[in-house]
Design a protein around this ligand. Structure first.
Ligand code: NAP
Length: 317
């Protein structure tokens, strides 16, 4: 039995692992994406994370490929709509002007083939638009029934606080979640002021890059391994220092538990204060099994403490 967790004050609850959708149409073709989505739901997963911009970085793509694929998967078996919470995002390259948000929401709804987006994110802060205007546009989408709940991604602590004060002062729909970069080798991106602000405002937290682009699976141990995926160049910096200490601690706990490194890394994240569900992706059903297993792995206090110690910043000499 997988215990669900509340998404802030939205009334939505989710299983403690969200499936990352940036691979759909990028490193996972349609058949593989459908198989991964089916296996995720079969394993008790309930939340799918995507964005209108996925996967615009692939030559020949415009963005929208991931949402389109999820839309086709939902159409193939409409009963899945009631099983999943769909989160998508606006504004990564387009910015957050009200007219942009309005049009982007319509386009996402069309590609996904749904009437309401469950969780709609501002993908990253856009300081060229006032928070009152961008959050006002998001509020209108909630009032129109096109969006159920709002969220923010890639905000600084100061701007997150300002956003939450803005909605309170103006009586706008309140974001219920934050999506920051966070994992065992990137703890400082969340822990500290950002976590404090999110906690103070009662926000759910959904970390992205939860596997550090695959590094925390243990498949990259030297530069020779970087060719194992198109993502390899993103993990090169982890091959020294803290990254290798974290892998050593994960290896040790893998010996003790029999669990895969990815499973342990996600279970550690799920156990951190304030975390609702890490977001991670898989490019095969085999990989996915290591991810969903994390929903069933309880690490001991001692194992968590060893991972905490290995992932702490090195004390300067
Ligand atoms: N808000 C934002 O700005 C933002 C930014 C980035 C991502 N996101 C979201 O967060 C999600 C998660 O991030 P991510 O998908 O980029 O990275 P990630 O979850 O850190 O890494 C996932 C990748 O690791 C590899 N992998 C997974 N399981 C494995 C296993 N068992 N064995 C070996 N390799 C395995 C796969 O890539 P290969 O097979 O190619 O090695 C997989 O695509 C995204 O999908 C997206 O929804 C949001």
């Amino acid at each position: 039995m997988i215990e669900k967790r509340p998404v802030g004050d939205s009334g939505i609850t989710v299983a403690p692992l969200a499936l990352g959708g940036n691979v759909f149409g990028w490193t996972a073709d349609e058949a593989t994406s459908f198989a991964v989505l089916d296996a995720f739901v079969d394993a008790g997963g309930t939340m799918i994370d995507t964005a209108d911009v996925y996967s615009a970085w692939v030559p020949g793509h415009q963005g929208g490929e991931s949402e389109t694929l999820i839309g086709r998967w939902l159409k193939r078996d409409p009963s899945n709509r009631d099983r999943v919470v769909i989160a998508t995002k606006v504004g990564f390259t387009s910015g957050l002007a009200p007219a942009v948000i309005e049009a982007a929401c319509e386009a996402s709804l069309r590609r996904l083939g749904i009437e309401t987006i469950d969780l709609y994110y501002q993908h990253k802060d856009d300081e060229s638009v006032s928070l009152a205007d961008s959050l006002g546009a998001m509020d209108k989408l909630v009032k129109a029934g096109k969006v159920r709940a709002l969220a923010l991604s890639q905000f600084t602590p100061q701007r997150l606080d300002e956003a939450m004060i803005t909605v309170q002062d103006r009586g706008l729909a309140r974001p219920c979640a934050l999506q920051p970069w966070y994992n065992l080798v990137e703890r400082e991106r969340l822990e500290g002021p950002l976590l404090d602000v999110a906690t103070r405002h009662g926000l759910a937290i959904f970390p992205f890059f939860s596997l550090a682009n695959g590094f925390l699976t243990g498949k990259y141990r030297s530069r020779a391994d970087l060719g194992k995926s198109v993502r390899g160049d993103r993990v090169a910096d982890y091959l020294e220092g803290k990254g290798m200490r974290v892998l050593a601690a994960l290896d040790e706990i893998a010996e003790e538990t029999g669990a895969a490194l990815a499973t342990i890394a996600l279970a550690w994240t799920m156990a951190q204060p304030g975390i609702t569900a890490p977001i991670a992706s898989a490019t095969s059903v085999r990989q996915l099994a290591d991810l969903t297993a994390a929903m069933h792995l309880d690490l001991s206090a001692d194992q968590i403490a060893r991972l905490d110690a290995a992932s702490a910043e090195a004390v300067p000499a």
